[in-house]
Design a protein around this ligand. Sequence first.
Ligand code: 2P0
Length: 322
Amino acid sequence: MKATAIAHTNIALIKYWGKRDNVLILPANSSLSMTLDQFYTETTVEWSDSFTEDQFSLNGKIQSDAKVGRFLSILRDQFSLTSFAHVTSTNHVPTAAGLASSASAFAALALAASKAAGRNDDETTLSRLARQGSGSASRSIFGGLAIWQKGEANDGSDSYAYEIPTPSKLDLALVVAVVDAGPKKVDSRLGMQTTVETSPFFEAWTKQATLDLEAMQRAMKENDFVTMGEIAERNALTMHATTMAANPPFTYMQPLSLALMDAVRDLRVAGIPAYFTMDAGPNVKVLCLTKDAERVKEALSVHTSLLYICHPGPKARVITHD
Ligand code: 2P0
């Protein structure tokens, strides 16, 4: 009753920002992401009747984590188990780079827990499960590019991710520029909830994100990188605009984030197609073509030395099991 799985982080090009159901973790809008080859979580789960409580250790230290505890209860319920679990996770991300992600964590945990329970859940089921740990984890079950469809049902049955083909003629890269390795000032779960409840821009955001996703899929089919980049960049800024109008207002941007965005705009003036995106933290991620990735990295190195060139990565997978 023991299994180890790996899942990679993902970065959304069309963002998930706001829930329509906080308990089942159902999003207000569908999202689209790239799974990254460079950063992943490796997790071992053991279910045993001899355990007297759940236990979770991360990078060698026992943790008390409410989200993991809640998720293990959900898994126990859905797997019809009565035993407790011991969970051991390691984040394979550069030390203190602020890139550890709940997406890779809950995707690896869902897969390892399922396999350790002797199940052979398909990817749709795993994505639906991972979603209940953290929304973005639904996408990390898949490699390459994935869409998390918001679904319509109130029970979450149709809210899961699926893989879509990468544009056939484009060799995509994402350069991650680390701005601040410290903990987030506003946790993403709280940040999106404050936005849903108070931001007058929230409704406009969900409408625009839906249009952006359609336009993004069209651009991808047409291998139109410039349009893809323009949509991703505007989608990220639209998401960040909602936070500035929330009550209390907040932003994830720091001065260095803005400097990096300017550097990306300068690259475009110099003829390099590069477009930024940002999540619930100050790091800036730059979508570009692989042939331009070193040039992008060099341009950003004026502002930060912590830079990583990533490519579309593999799907979540089991590496060992009993
Ligand atoms: C995303 N983010 O689409 C967006 C963009 C952050 C900004 O998914 O509450 O940690 O666990 O479902 O998945 C971060 O939110 O939130 C996130 P929960 P999660 O990648």
